[in-house]
Design a protein around this ligand. Structure first.
Ligand code: BMA
Length: 363
């Protein structure tokens, strides 16, 4: 395992370039450099969703005074993950907690604390359906995206939603570099912005509208934007909805290993084939377009394969220059819905072995 010394050296570099009179790197550029440097050095940053605010059997409830030192990943490996993901779903409605019950004030504190200790934070967003008031998975209408775009009947409401989300991100500080990953898994049709629910053009407009509003109107120039369709898509499908180079810094894929009632072996082969199917052509595109690549969401729910980390994920990561990988959340309130071990879980050792690999970076 490698620790994150690179960030400190990059910060130094920025200061040096300032003293020589050359323009200083922006926080966002520094974060991008850090991720590119990881790729160059064959490192992969490990990330875990919601790692600091709850774990398999615990939840931070003291939103103000908690020291935020807990983490399932740290409890097992001795290290915080390099990346922590949080979800903003609910902020658009003015809710005080997100769709999984994470208080937004707590999220802000946890995110800032993680960045302060040298970590990276990425935000996803499962906003409600602005037409029906249902959740992000409400796919009862294929008119939602078109109606939030400029000229659409829901446009004013939607701009208010964007502003509430931008308010939260702004509250982290305009010099705080972060990753934002909106409108994800958009080739599949399980979210209201999904493939079967809007035209390619309308999807691209949705992403661009978000980017332009955050970057230009709100001045949030501290964001690296991640485009992350579901990985079981062809590269043609992936690129058909690509917003454009100006709007995207990181090419992500969301791909899970799914065992269900079948065998682990079959599931493993399918997962690897799916990832290779998208990452081989995506790698060529990333190189040509000078973009970073990542596994923006992945995992095996319930970790039913005891050697998943070392025999499936690790070999897969070695095949492709992905800057980071984020495994999904250890839900405290949904038994079986977990993607990282905790102390006492039977698969602990395999995870520790994974974390100890030369290429895998934690804090
Ligand atoms: C999904 C599941 C849900 C959760 C949502 C947003 O993949 O984990 O339980 O509400 O992500 O975090």
């Amino acid at each position: 395992m490698r620790h994150s010394f690179i960030f400190a050296s990059l910060a130094l570099l920025a200061a040096v370039s300032c003293s020589t009179g050359k323009p200083m790197n922006t926080p966002k550029e520094l974060l991008a450099h850090r991720l590119f440097a990881a790729v160059e050095n064959n490192h992969i940053l490990y990330g875990h969703q919601d790692d600091l605010v709850y774990g398999h059997d615990w939840l931070v409830t003291d939103t103000g005074g908690d020291t935020l030192g807990r983490s399932d990943v740290r409890a097992v490996s001795g290290h915080f993950p390099a990346i922590v993901g949080f979800d903003l779903g609910g902020i658009e409605f003015g809710d005080s907690a997100n769709l999984d019950g994470v208080d937004f004030g707590l999220m802000r504190r946890a995110a800032l604390k993680h960045i302060e200790r040298g970590g990276i934070v990425t935000f996803s967003w499962h906003p409600r359906n602005p037409l029906t008031g249902g959740d992000a998975w409400d796919v009862s209408s294929d008119q939602v995206v078109s109606s939030v775009l400029e000229g659409g009947q829901l446009h004013p409401l939607f701009m208010q939603w964007l502003d509430r989300t931008a308010d939260f991100l702004e509250s982290l500080g305009k010099d705080t570099p972060i990753i934002f990953r909106p409108w994800h898994e958009n080739v599949g049709s399980w979210f209201w912005w999904g493939g079967g629910l809007c035209s390619e053009n309308d999807y691209r407009e949705l992403y661009r509208l978000t980017w332009v509003h955050f970057t230009k109107a709100r001045g949030l120039e501290n964001i690296l934007w991640c485009y992350s369709p579901n990985g079981n898509a062809t590269v043609q499908e992936y690129m058909a909805r690509y917003p454009g180079d100006e709007f995207v810094n990181i090419l992500g894929v969301d791909t899970y290993m799914y065992v269900g009632d079948g065998s682990v072996e079959v599931a493993r082969v399918r997962y690897m084939e799916e990832l290779r199917g998208i990452l081989v052509p995506l790698n060529a595109i990333a190189t040509e377009h000078h973009k970073l690549m990542c596994l923006s969401e992945t995992g095996l729910e319930g970790l039913t394969d005891p050697s998943w980390w070392t025999e499936t994920l690790y070999p897969m990561l070695r095949e492709f220059p992905v800057a980071y990988v984020l495994t999904w959340r250890n839900a405290h309130d949904k038994p079986g819905h977990f993607y990282a071990p905790w102390p006492g879980f039977s698969g602990e050792n395999d995870f520790i072995e994974f974390c100890n690999k030369e290429e895998i970076e934690l804090l």
